[in-house]
Design a protein around this ligand. Structure first.
Ligand SMILES: Cc1cc2nc3c(=O)[nH]c(=O)nc-3n(C[C@H](O)[C@H](O)[C@H](O)COP(=O)(O)OP(=O)(O)OC[C@H]3O[C@@H](n4cnc5c(N)ncnc54)[C@H](O)[C@@H]3O)c2cc1C
Length: 406
């Protein structure tokens, strides 16, 4: 097993329950990405009641609250102890190669011969930043969500946040609240209200079965896997953090960043279309919830159906921004994350660095498996509560594979 995040630990628990000898190799400590790669104020956008792993769930006093990063670390560390996971911390895997009878796993602490390997090394190992970053003048500081900790570290002056998914809207909001001018560049995004018909919107995702949709039943799996994270934030007051909320707090919205040329950022037009599309998709999802409520909710206590104000487009959105004027002193690239498989030497990684797999089974490399990737086996695959079903099925496949080889 490579990685002692929640995915590796959940799979370890299933392997232990099947008496499969294994080790969990971790370059840092348990829950390393939550310890090292998150900004200070981050809270889960999934509520506590949803925070569960196989055989363990949140049992504290605030089921409707949202864990801060330190609480997530504590939750996962407690899980590692409970699962008695054989974690080998501070062990970085430097290469995985296929050899006769299995895999040769090289680490900075020696080598291991294994018949099977589970990649639970994470889907968000590095920020995904567009190449046009190179053209940004050096007078403007560039940060990724891995560098950003809080607004205090930014140079004085305005900030351009690129990307309006969960990370981008949360950082734009926090930086704006610190009193700075913020421009938010908006591309394709997923709009969601925090609560719907009196319940958390993620309750609806869970209860209606949308999150449970299987990868092999989706019309367009590739698209589902590329979908940005929803515009959600976890706050005690359960606030909705959509683009209307950001506009109301003084954030300026501009279109997708399309180029940086001669010291200027160029933005696409068509904000209005972008907004209309996200509103339409949100309404379709709410229709799905309504249909489920009518047919399946029975006596459940849910409020009446709701629809939300369309996203307000600015009368005129700017199409370019001059970096040399000093109006903007920093850019935060909230443009997504990607995995790092630079150490994986098997013919299963495509030229874009993505792993080819069928529901976590790497067909081009028998005995190799993955967990924790977007829509791996279900829509909920990358979320903490989503690992249980995936890890059970993937480890089941692995156990059968090992039995066949015996
Ligand atoms: C900003 C952000 C916010 C998120 N918010 C939520 C949320 O609110 N709710 C939710 O359910 N999910 C959330 N997620 C998604 C998801 O739960 C996390 O990404 C989670 O960390 C993924 O767990 P994992 O076990 O798959 O990977 P990780 O937690 O990334 O674990 C992978 C582990 O592998 C180790 N590793 C990697 N490479 C190597 C190597 N070569 N050798 C040895 N070890 C290695 C890493 O150190 C790490 O500990 C969020 C993700 C991000 C990025």
């Amino acid at each position: 097993m490579i990685g002692a995040g929640h995915a590796g630990l959940a799979a370890s628990r299933f392997l232990t329950s099947r008496s499969i000898d294994h080790v969990v190799l971790e370059r840092g400590e348990v829950a390393n990405s939550w310890r090292r790669e998150r900004w200070d104020s981050l809270r889960l956008l999934t509520p506590n009641w949803l925070t569960r792993l196989p055989g363990c769930r949140y049992d504290g006093p605030e089921p409707d609250g949202f864990m801060a990063t330190a609480e997530v670390v504590a939750f996962i560390a407690r899980y590692a102890t409970l699962a008695r996971a054989p974690v080998r911390p501070h062990t970085t895997v430097t290469s995985v190669r296929r050899v006769d009878g299995g895999y040769h796993v090289a680490t900075d602490g020696g080598t291991i011969a294994s018949r099977g390997v589970v990649l639970a090394s994470g889907a968000c190992n590095q920020p995904s930043v567009p190449a046009l970053r190179q053209a940004v003048p050096s007078s403007v500081e560039s940060l990724t969500p891995f560098d950003y900790r809080n607004p205090g570290q930014l140079p004085d002056g305005g900030v351009l946040v690129v990307g309006a998914s969960a990370t981008g809207v949360q950082l734009a909001d926090e930086i704006r609240r610190s009193g700075r001018r913020v421009i938010l560049s908006v591309g394709e995004h997923v709009r969601l209200p925090r609560t719907y018909r009196g319940r958390d919107v993620l309750w609806w995702m869970d209860a209606s079965g949308v999150w449970n949709q299987r990868y092999d039943e989706l019309d367009d799996l590739q698209r589902a896997r590329r979908l940005p994270s929803p515009q959600l934030v976890g706050t005690p007051e359960r606030m909705t953090l959509d683009l209307n909320a950001l506009t109301a707090s003084g954030v300026e919205l501009v279109g997708r960043l399309s180029a940086v040329r001669d010291g200027r950022a160029l933005f696409s037009g068509g904000l209005r279309n972008q907004f209309a599309l996200a509103d339409l998709k949100m309404d379709r999802l709410l229709d799905t919830f309504d249909t489920w409520a009518e047919n399946c909710a029975g006596d459940l206590d849910v409020g009446p159906s709701e629809r939300f104000e369309p996203t307000r487009a600015p009368d005129k959105s700017r199409l370019h921004l001059d970096f040399v004027t000093g109006e903007i002193r920093a850019i935060v690239w909230a443009t997504g994350f990607r995995p790092d498989y630079s150490w994986l030497h098997v013919p299963a990684v495509d030229p874009k660095g993505e792993l080819r797999h069928d529901g976590g089974v790497v067909s081009d490399a028998p005995g190799l498996y993955a967990l924790g990737l977007p829509v791996l086996r279900r829509r909920k695959s990358t979320f903490i509560h989503g690992i249980e079903d995936d890890a059970r099925e993937v480890t089941e496949h692995l156990v059968n594979y090992l039995a066949r080889g015996r």
